[in-house]
Design a protein around this ligand. Structure first.
Ligand SMILES: Cc1cc2nc3c(=O)[nH]c(=O)nc-3n(C[C@H](O)[C@H](O)[C@H](O)COP(=O)(O)O)c2cc1C
Length: 55
């Protein structure tokens, strides 16, 4: 699988988990507004990651 993890920011729990998964798998990490632009067509899976801020 050629996966991409999309993380909203480079701090916080979501980033820690995404970094760990990216470091220990074939998945790549994209941090919004910080990583260089990626060609999304090359990924078979794109996973959008976020903390929950319901209340
Ligand atoms: C103001 C606030 C609201 C939150 N609301 C929820 C919620 O509704 N459900 C939940 O499971 N976690 C909730 N959380 C916990 C966050 O989802 C959790 O801390 C998460 O790891 C934050 O992700 P981040 O560090 O990447 O921003 C809330 C945290 C805060 C500070």
């Amino acid at each position: 699988m050629n996966g991409l993890l999309v993380c909203p920011k480079s701090t916080g729990n979501t980033f820690k988990v995404c970094s760990h998964v990216a470091d220990n798998s074939d998945a790549e990490l994209l941090v919004l507004n910080q990583s260089p632009e990626k060609d999304l067509k090359k990924y078979t899976s794109i996973i959008l990651c976020s903390g929950v801020y319901g209340g």
